[in-house]
Write a new protein. Structure first.
Length: 314
């Protein structure tokens, strides 16, 4: 299987292409959108298994990705930063399974979190998306991968030029493979503010007013958010932005009055579970790698390694 076509050019598709090329394969990436134009370009891109079922396989991939990103953070040019912050929860028994992948974490005292909440303080990789996606694309191209723009409507069109196909096309994946498990969009809207000097992030998924997170990056702060299941609306809604700003300023008062630098909407690829496996019923080997919800960056290197192992060496 020397010639492999990867369908999808977001963070998952590009990372899969990277690992396959390292294994010696000749790789072509076909993408309807560039990584920056996809939901990958909208993501706050902090390491955390968000909007995804936390199975043993998912947690293993998250751990593998965490370790890879920590190594990448040694080079500032990658756009990966190690940042400390707080995960708030407002449930009686929060799911802390993800902490098994995070060496530096500690439960917070009740005096250090909002009333009715619990918290974990930890250090995780944060990715400055434009810098990281540029770095990843350059790394892929340096390995000899060809990246080509174009929509794929039928897998049969690819088999003439490929020995195998990997479908990593986000929300378009299930339709290409006839997957019995439906996929659905999870609409995420963000607003990016000027950074008043913040370095620590905070997430508050259970905020009674709505999903809230504050992710300071090099030059801005990504403020969110929404998790509207089933919404295909990619238009920025002013009323939603105003509500996000109220929530983040209540959580982090230093953001009050900071100018808006940009705003965006992305559709996370939701599914009952991440699908990383061979797909039978095709004249040539086909592999699935999709359904990552809000955890594409978090699972990218781990799931790319799984695909590479399934495909095998060139």
């Amino acid at each position: 299987m020397g010639r492999i076509t990867v369908v999808g050019g977001g963070v998952i598709g590009l990372t899969v292409a990277h690992e396959l090329a390292l294994a010696g394969h000749q790789v072509l990436v076909l993408a309807a959108r560039s990584a920056k134009e996809s939901v990958s370009g909208v993501a706050a891109a902090i390491w955390f298994p968000h909007d995804v079922q936390r199975s043993a396989q998912v947690l293993d991939s998250a751990r593998t990705t965490y370790e890879r990103l920590v190594r990448l953070a040694e080079d500032p040019a990658t756009g990966v930063r190690l940042r400390t912050g707080t995960v708030l929860a407002r449930r009686a028994d929060p799911d802390l399974s993800w902490t098994g992948a995070v060496p530096e974490h500690a439960r917070l005292d009740s005096a250090d979190v909002p009333e009715g909440a619990s918290g974990v303080r930890c250090t995780v990789p944060l990715l400055v998306t434009d810098v990281y996606l540029d770095w990843l694309l350059a790394a892929v191209l340096a390995l000899g991968v060809e990246v080509r723009a174009g929509a794929v409507t039928a897998l049969e069109d690819l088999f003439g030029d490929a020995d195998a196909v990997v479908v990593a096309a986000g929300l378009d994946s299930a339709g290409l493979l006839g997957d019995d498990e439906p996929m659905y969009p999870i609409r995420g809207q963000v607003v990016r503010l000027a950074n008043p000097g913040l370095t620590e992030w905070i997430t508050d998924d259970d905020n009674p007013q709505g999903l809230t997170y504050v992710i300071p990056r090099d030059r801005d702060v990504v403020c969110g958010g929404t998790g509207e299941v089933g919404s295909w609306d990619e238009v920025v809604r002013p009323d939603v932005e105003a509500a996000i700003l109220r929530r983040v300023c209540a959580l982090v008062p230093a953001l009050e009055g900071q100018p808006v630098l940009s705003r965006a909407v992305g559709l996370r690829p939701g599914r009952a579970g991440v699908r990383v496996e061979p797909v039978d019923g095709h004249p040539k080997p086909v592999f699935a790698c999709y359904g990552h919800g809000g955890a594409g960056f978090t699972l990218s290197w781990g799931d790319a390694a799984r695909i590479s192992a399934l495909v095998g060496p060139a």
